[in-house]
Design a protein around this ligand. Structure first.
Ligand code: SF4
Length: 106
């Protein structure tokens, strides 16, 4: 039996020159502080992302490359971690399903 390893295809990084975050305070997207201070910065960043022409490409790139620090593509750090976790679980389930199919076919 041959075992193959699937690696995600990493999309090319978007051209960040038209990114709205490149035209504002980058600290907004990597906030430091505590509690409400961070919540307000993240919400401001997410509002900019909502209007950013790169949003979908940014999010795809961030997820594919495992970015979990900062706001990317309109998602907070927690949202990115949750999405990353769901994708890992989905990948495992797909792998398990493929393995079960291969065992059943053998
Ligand atoms: S979606 Fe947000 S983080 Fe991504 S490039 Fe645009 S402004 Fe920056």
């Amino acid at each position: 039996m041959t075992t193959t390893t699937r690696r995600p295809t990493i999309p090319a990084a978007p051209d960040w020159t038209s990114a709205l975050c490149a035209q504002t305070d980058p600290d907004l997207f990597f906030p430091e502080g505590h509690g409400q201070q961070i919540v307000q910065a993240v919400n401001q960043a997410k509002k900019l992302c909502a209007d950013c022409p790169l949003r979908s490409g940014c999010l795809e790139w961030a997820v594919t490359t495992g970015q979990t620090i900062g706001v990317w593509g309109g998602l907070s750090e927690q949202e990115l971690r949750n999405l990353h976790r769901r994708q890992i679980l989905a990948s495992r389930n797909t792998t398990n399903a493929h393995e079960a199919t291969a065992v059943n076919a053998a």
